[in-house]
Design a protein around this ligand. Structure first.
Ligand SMILES: *Cc1c(COP(=O)(O)O)cnc(C)c1O
Length: 383
């Protein structure tokens, strides 16, 4: 009997080794990984350069507390701020925690408490982040939620405008909704959200926990649309598999996050920070991101040419290497067959196949995996 709470519906695979884009399980079966540990291992598993900075930090210090000056945190904050074209950073241990902090900061900075988020959004499992999440199934049985959240349909500007007012602290959104079904925000909608926020003095908070750190071919997905957020949250890919999250904000917010206002014992842990620094050094690089965009074009053109038009595919969407294939039927049976064929992929919502390959996956590997995926989907029609 397992002594773990059964919170996860686990697949029947037990990894014993993971390197680059491959995971080997205890039966010796090898899988090509289109999950990246759910959008975390953007540089693949055990990227050698990250491994070596972690090893170096292991021999210096593991934890000293945030009462000390820490050069590594300064370097990481500068990289994040520069990449996001923003100013100040707070380090947390996870995505949900980053969003909690963002909610606190938005409330304090505006003196308002209401926050508008979107249906099908996902912001995490802690009380604030769960309350922000626009999916009932995530909240079932855990009520009452944190007060003050209002949910409107994504990409529906009129609905947003109806809820907007002088009492709104922030609008919080994912540029591409990840867990909820891989829905991409339209450029017009996102720009309208931004100007509406300005008009009402509400903060624009962008949850880049899944979309950030090069996933979409830019450091952060909001940069595809030239948005100008007040707060951005990051996590997942930031530490290449070590637990770290971040709140990135505009300089004017410094006065609301003064000494004693927020904190975390482990936040900005030196080992995680060393991993984040090396991860950002590699990903926030023109040449690296150019390659991500080339790979993205390859993947979308393969999907376009290989997916059978009369198949159960309803829509292919995404940005960079964050790809959703919406099916006319549940996605779980497809995931099972893909696993048998040595391909690991993810669901998003009930009917969307989500692909988040490591950004370092080469074109041959991408082509090999995508071909298996397309063939398997095509078979589903005629099965
Ligand atoms: C995964 C995710 C979170 C939650 O991050 P955790 O590290 O699991 O707490 C929040 N927002 C988005 C968009 C995510 O994809």
């Amino acid at each position: 009997m397992s002594h773990l709470f059964p919170t996860y519906a686990r697949m029947n695979i037990e990894p014993v080794h993971a390197e680059g884009c491959y995971i080997t399980d205890k039966t010796g079966k090898r899988y090509i990984d289109f999950t990246s540990g759910i959008g975390v291992c953007n540089l693949g598993h055990q990227p050698p350069s990250v491994k070596s900075v972690i090893e170096k930090q292991l021999n210096q210090f593991w934890h000293v507390s945030n009462l000390f000056e820490q050069e590594g945190q300064e370097v990481a904050a500068k990289s994040l701020a520069e990449a996001a074209e923003m100013d100040s950073v707070f380090f947390s241990n996870s995505g949900a925690e980053a969003n909690e902090g963002a909610i606190k900061l938005a409330r304090k900075a505006t003196g308002r408490s209401k926050i508008i988020t979107f249906e099908k959004s996902f912001h995490g499992r802690t009380f604030g982040a769960m309350s922000a999440t626009g999916q009932d199934k995530i909240k079932q049985g855990f009520g009452p939620m944190l007060e003050g959240f209002v949910y409107v349909p994504f990409n529906d500007f009129e609905a947003l405008e109806t809820e907007m007012g002088q009492d709104i602290a922030a609008v919080m959104l994912e540029v591409i909704q990840g867990e909820g079904g891989l829905y991409v925000g339209s450029e017009l909608f996102l720009k309208q959200v931004e100007s509406l926020c300005k008009q009402y003095g509400a903060l624009l908070v962008i949850d880049e926990i899944q979309t950030g750190i090069g996933r979409t071919g830019k450091p952060f997905a909001f940069q595809h649309f030239n948005l100008n957020p007040d707060i951005v949250t990051s996590a997942k890919g930031l530490g290449s598999g070590l637990p770290i999250g971040a709140i990135i904000g505009k300089e004017y917010l410094n006065e609301y996050f003064g000494p004693g206002s927020h904190g975390s014992t482990f936040g900005g842990n030196p080992i995680a920070i060393s991993a984040a620094n090396q991860t950002m050094k590699e990903i926030f690089n023109q040449e690296f991101l150019l390659k991500v965009n080339e790979k993205s074009e390859l993947v979308f053109s393969l999907l376009q040419s290989q997916l059978n038009r009369e198949s159960i595919v309803k829509e292919v969407r995404g940005l960079g290497l964050m790809i959703g294939i919406e099916l006319a039927s549940p996605v779980q049976p497809l995931l099972t067959v893909l696993r048998e064929r040595g391909v690991l992929a993810l669901p998003a919502g009930d009917t969307v196949l989500r692909l988040l390959p490591p950004l370092i996956m080469n074109k041959e590997e991408l082509e090999e995996g995508i071909t298996i995926i397309c063939n398997t989907i095509n078979e589903m029609v005629y099965a």
